[in-house]
Design a protein around this ligand. Structure first.
Ligand SMILES: [Zn+2]
Length: 350
């Protein structure tokens, strides 16, 4: 076995250095270097390839575009660009507790007739069963496995041969060929690389759940985002009912698509008419409300803006905005003042 050595790896971008540095020269983040044990290029891999790829004439390559697996979840289909592409590696990022596991479990349970393997390193089989009971869906061919060692997962994959593999989460995976701790850059990169090979060779779509840090980036390296085919972000406030699913990278579709869900006690429900939740629908004659139509990917959304202008009590008028760029607000007010003759200099604008 090759001699292991310690290197310091940036947990944000994956750059490495022989000694500790305070500021990463590659991504300019502070205090991101962590010591990891790296065995230089392990010769062995966790699973042996079942087929050798051969050069093929481009004309003879079969088109698999029409083989997309369309799920019952229309929001997910749209964000993925029209369904699940065979052999694709999809990363789903989001804050802990936002509902990523629920979204994936619902996907696993909604595809009846497909063999799904849901591998969890975070919850026991009983906990997953309880959650499945809450969402009240059944799929007779959905397998669950509590395992974090990549090599053992590959053994089970050989026996089960699933149509779809779900990993919850990539941060808990551990490869025995890599000496770093689970969740470290080397582990995440190594495990994702082997799963990528599995997805491409067996033509099985693989979903990876990834936790994000407080800054909103997927924990672990940015190299992970470069490796996968699609990066989906699951966003929202955990105290509110609505969740947004958007793609920040998609090799098989547009990245401007948006999926909206509503979180209920019994799981996530699709929001088919976003106008209902984005428009307050109170008094139509009330002043200060403007509704505009906005194009998000393939569908239109109605967006409501509410404004309040009142006389300023203090010398300096207040300018305050929620969900709107304050500099843009100031510019619009300046245009109204200069070109339209509105006297806004002594008004508070909310
Ligand atoms: Zn860095």
């Amino acid at each position: 076995m090759a001699k292991a050595k310690a290197v310091f790896i940036c947990q944000s971008c994956g750059a490495n250095s022989p000694k500790w540095i305070g500021k990463c020269p590659s991504c300019n983040e502070w205090n991101t270097y962590v010591e990891e044990i790296v065995t230089p290029q392990p010769k062995e891999v966790s699973r042996t390839s079942t087929k050798n790829s051969q050069p093929q004439l481009l004309e003879q390559v079969e088109l698999s575009e029409q083989n997309r697996l369309v799920t019952p979840d229309n929001e997910l289909n749209r964000v993925l660009g029209g369904g699940i592409v065979p052999g694709s590696l999809v990363l789903i990022g989001g804050e802990p507790g936002i509902g990523k596991s629920t979204l994936m479990l619902q996907l696993a349970l909604s595809l009846s007739g497909k063999k799904i393997l849901y591998v969890s390193g975070e919850e026991s089989e009983q906990q997953i069963r309880m959650r499945a009971g809450r969402v009240d869906m059944q799929n007779a061919s959905c397998y669950v496995l509590t395992e974090t060692t990549l090599q053992l997962i590959f053994k089970h994959l050989e026996n089960i041969e699933p149509d779809i593999l779900i990993i919850d989460s990539i941060q808990t995976l551990y490869s025995t060929l890599i000496e770093s701790a689970p969740g470290s850059v080397s582990q995440i990169r190594g495990c994702a690389g082997e799963l990528l090979r599995y997805a491409k060779e067996e033509n099985v779509p693989v979903f990876l759940i990834g936790h994000i840090t407080k800054d909103g980036v997927i924990a672990g390296p940015k190299v992970l985002e470069h490796m996968v085919d699609t990066v989906l972000q699951f966003e929202g406030d955990r105290h509110h009912v609505y969740r947004l699913l958007r793609s920040s990278k998609n090799r098989f579709g547009s990245t401007s698509e948006l999926g909206i869900y509503e979180m209920h006690g019994n799981g996530l429900k699709e929001v088919t008419d976003p106008g209902e939740i984005l428009i307050s629908q109170r008094n139509a004659e009330l002043s200060g409300i403007a509704i505009a139509c906005n194009l998000e990917g393939m569908r239109t959304m109605l967006i409501e803006t509410q404004a309040l202008v009142s006389s300023a009590v203090y010398g300096t008028p207040q300018r305050s905005a929620t969900g709107f760029d304050i500099r843009r607000l100031n510019m619009l007010l300046a245009v109204l003042e200069k070109r339209c003759g509105f006297r806004l200099g002594a008004k508070d604008v909310f």
